[in-house]
Design a protein around this ligand. Structure first.
Ligand code: GRF
Length: 242
């Protein structure tokens, strides 16, 4: 475990450093940069260490480069095989040594070697209220189309810890939005706005020691959360969580 981690609780000495895996547009990454890096906050709670994408043309890589953040294209094509691509990601994590690995629209399964390297330190954002509309095939517009087909009144987003099973890790926060009568593209817009308003708050909570990774092998106990975070989560979700 990284001895100088920024995730060890209240005695934080430096900004939390996060790495990002993303496959596409990177609007969530941009929202993190806008809120956290130079940020609208008086303090600088977190900063991006690097961005990696499996897609050479992903706009997320340009967003990173424009902000002076190291950006890498890592795929089976660049590295020769999926196994070598996983090794390359681990090598990048070793080189930059981030505190957290943030998935922001990453369309590939995170390799086991990466999950092992970042045990209980990988988070994901999903554009639905898990466990509904999660799992294989539930990504991008497929999620929102399924929500509309089912006639749901609400959809939303979920931020959760990542383990070997898709979309099944410990939930950090869920927020919902009214989608009654909306078509899939309107649902997507509403959910994305909620994502942009929420992901940075979770990273800030990690930076402030309100959410702390554990060493537990139990996926339900990947992180320990403080009473302060429970209150913030309750306010964000509009409910009281005991
Ligand atoms: C978001 O809807 C996120 O929930 C999902 O992929 C999408 C990524 O969008 N995992 P962007 O690339 O951040 O714009």
């Amino acid at each position: 475990m990284n001895a100088s981690s920024a995730l060890s609780g209240s005695a934080r000495r430096r900004p939390l450093r996060y790495a990002v895996l993303a496959s596409g547009g990177g609007s969530n990454f941009q929202a993190l940069l806008d809120h956290l890096d130079p940020g609208i906050l008086s303090e600088n709670p977190a900063e991006a260490a690097f961005v990696a994408s499996n897609n050479s043309g992903a706009p997320v890589l340009d967003r990173a480069r424009k902000s002076g953040i190291p950006a890498y294209h890592v795929s089976a094509k660049t590295e020769g095989s999926e196994e070598s691509a996983a090794k390359k990601l681990v090598a990048l994590l070793d080189e930059h040594n981030p505190d957290l690995l943030v998935l922001a629209g990453y369309m590939k399964k995170v390799p086991d070697a990466v999950l092992k390297r970042m045990k209980n330190r990988v988070i994901n954002i999903h554009p639905a209220l898990l466990p509904k509309y999660g799992g294989a095939g539930m990504f991008g517009h497929h999620v929102h189309e399924a929500v509309v087909r089912a006639g749901e009144t609400f959809s939303g987003m979920t931020i959760h810890m990542v383990n070997e099973n898709y979309d099944e890790g410990q939930i950090i926060v869920q927020r919902k939005v009214d989608v009654f009568g909306a078509d899939a593209s309107k649902v997507a817009t509403r959910v994305l706005a909620l994502e942009h308003d929420t992901y940075w708050r979770v990273l800030k909570a990690f930076a402030e020691g309100k959410i702390v990774p554990t060493d537990s092998d139990d996926p339900a106990e990947a992180v320990r959360v403080s009473g302060d975070w429970k209150k913030e989560r309750g306010a964000l979700e509009g409910i009281d969580i005991p």
